[in-house]
Design a protein around this ligand. Structure first.
Ligand code: NI
Length: 156
């Protein structure tokens, strides 16, 4: 973390009450952390919206595996873009429904196109892409690329 700066914000009191109720439901014990998270969320959203930004993310898919050729099509598209797919996890939810979650990594626009192709497949009932970046990479995508080459110091 950098040097802490203190700021004052003028807010409508009703808005502040609603905000306090909202953050207390979410388990925040102070406003500062809630504001920091809101700001980070905004910055992550902006950064991942840049087509060339390097992002990580998840693609969540729900589909009926009886749908004609769906399993083969999903596999084919993932193999064609294997460089974007870090890992996949599959759960058989019931007799018909499958949940598949992919961890993806790559340029924002490429990842979004890839997710759209999967989500748009006939037989996929619901799908969602979530893109993010490590918060220490909140500078430019150039900075993020540099960071990824740094030594990985923590243990998994
Ligand atoms: Ni399944």
């Amino acid at each position: 973390m950098g040097i802490l700066s203190r700021i004052g914000i003028a807010l409508d009191s009703d808005l502040l009450k609603r905000f306090d109720r909202s953050i207390s439901k979410r388990g925040y014990t102070n406003r500062s952390e809630a504001f920091r998270d809101l700001i980070r969320d905004r910055l992550v959203t902006e950064q991942t919206a840049a087509p060339d930004a390097v992002v990580v993310g998840t693609v969540t898919l729900i589909y009926d595996h009886h749908s004609s050729g769906i399993s083969e099509k999903l596999t084919e598209i993932q193999h064609a873009h294997h460089e974007l797919v870090v890992s996949t996890s599959h759960a058989h939810l019931d007799h018909d429904s499958c949940l598949e979650v992919l961890i993806v990594h790559g340029r924002s626009a490429t990842v979004a196109d890839f997710a759209d192709r999967l989500i748009g497949l006939k037989g996929v009932q619901h799908g969602r892409l979530v893109m993010t970046v490590p918060t220490q990479g909140l500078g430019s995508s150039h900075d993020l690329g540099k960071k990824s080459k740094q030594k990985h110091s923590h243990k998994h």
